[in-house]
Design a protein around this ligand. Structure first.
Ligand code: TLP
Length: 343
């Protein structure tokens, strides 16, 4: 079978050999009963890396975000979100479905919400309108091509949140990419947030799993919500063992993904039909808009696939993501394929 160069997502990363061995050797117990020592170790490690009191291992980023919205809101409330955010656009509307709150999408500058715009949209309790109770941030920002939201934005938004008694949740699915790209410890971002969700299953290469971190009392409640949503997992130390490797061994190498994304972006940005500024590629995601006289996005994706290169169509554009399982040869193959198709 032909090996594809798979740039669709960093979710496609396969577990490393070390992870497979760790799965085999993991000590396990029933985690719903609090008996799994490997999960406990992972949760302690995640909390300490993020500078929070406690952490919860959840099956997916979507469940982590769903629990976070549920734990910080009640019915008749509203949540401020960025208009292209994953939590608003790509998580099957759990805000309305599970938490029964209204999202209030606001525009941003490459994923960074303007604190003053948030201030203007905070709704105070009224008989007519929902009360704003939560602000959701995302870093790196997936649909803004992996853009890094600056730390100052977090600091300023925290001030607005404090003024109005709002909670701040961070969808940090790729927070380690932000940290590596800008040299800011993840704790620094987390400091300005009441809770953070981050994924082990993306660039950090675990097969499954995300973490939700916050204060201990909130995480105790989150644990009940996880059970209610069907996310209580039993001998899940086999997966937590991979998560520990993700956090201790897989973070530093993210910089290689960033270098490869930049290289790919620089090589294809001026090809006919592609609209992309390579300077805006800060981490491992490239999103470009495509407008070509002969080819639709769908046809471009098909032709790339014929040449062994997989990319994803998103929001009227094309997404390419670098990760552990695409190397320099895959990048060269992609560049060659783009040139042959478009030049
Ligand atoms: N994103 C996936 C797809 O859903 C598009 C991807 O391939 O990028 N927050 C952010 C910022 C994400 O990018 C994702 C996954 C999630 C949350 C949800 O994580 P999972 O897939 O574990 O539920």
């Amino acid at each position: 079978m032909e090996k594809f160069s798979d740039f669709r997502s960093d979710t496609v990363t396969r577990p490393t050999e070390e992870m497979r061995r760790a799965m085999f050797e993991a000590q396990v117990g029933d985690d719903v009963l609090g008996d799994d020592p490997t999960v406990q170790k992972l949760e302690e490690l995640a909390a300490s890396i993020m500078g929070k009191e406690a952490a919860l291992f959840v099956p997916s980023g979507t469940m982590g975000n769903s629990i976070a919205v549920k734990m910080w809101t009640r019915e008749l409330e509203e949540v401020i979100v960025e208009e292209k955010s994953h939590i608003y656009n790509m998580e099957s509307t759990h805000m309305t479905f599970i938490s029964r709150v209204t999202p209030r999408p606001l525009p941003s500058k490459r994923g960074a919400l303007d604190p003053e715009l948030i201030r203007k949209h905070v709704r105070l309790p009224s008989v007519h309108t929902p009360r704003t109770s939560l602000i959701c941030l995302e870093n790196t920002h997936n649909n803004w091509g992996g853009a890094v939201v600056p730390l100052e934005t977090f600091q300023e938004i925290r001030k607005v949140a404090n003024e109005y008694g709002l909670k701040v949740h961070l969808d940090g699915a790729r927070i380690f990419n932000a940290s590596i790209a800008f040299g800011v410890p993840v704790k620094e971002y987390a400091k300005y947030c009441d809770s953070v969700m981050f994924c082990l299953s993306k660039g950090l290469s675990s097969p499954v799993g995300s973490m939700l971190v916050s204060d201990r009392q909130t995480i105790d409640y989150a644990r009940r919500l996880r059970k209610a949503l069907g996310g209580g997992m039993r001998q899940v130390g086999v997966l937590a063992a991979c998560g520990i490797i993700s956090l201790t061994k897989m973070v530093d190498r993210l910089k290689d993904d960033h270098v490869r994304a930049k290289k790919l972006a620089e090589a294809i940005h001026d090809l006919p039909g592609i609209s992309l500024n390579p300077e805006e590629v800060e981490t491992n995601i490239i999103i470009f808009y495509f407008n070509h006289p002969r080819l639709t996005i769908h046809e471009l994706l098909g032709k790339l696939k014929e040449k062994g290169v997989l990319a994803l169509g998103v929001f009227g554009g094309v997404r390419l993501v670098t990760h552990k399982d695409v190397d320099d040869e895959d990048v060269e193959r992609a560049i060659k394929a783009f040139r042959e198709i478009l030049a």
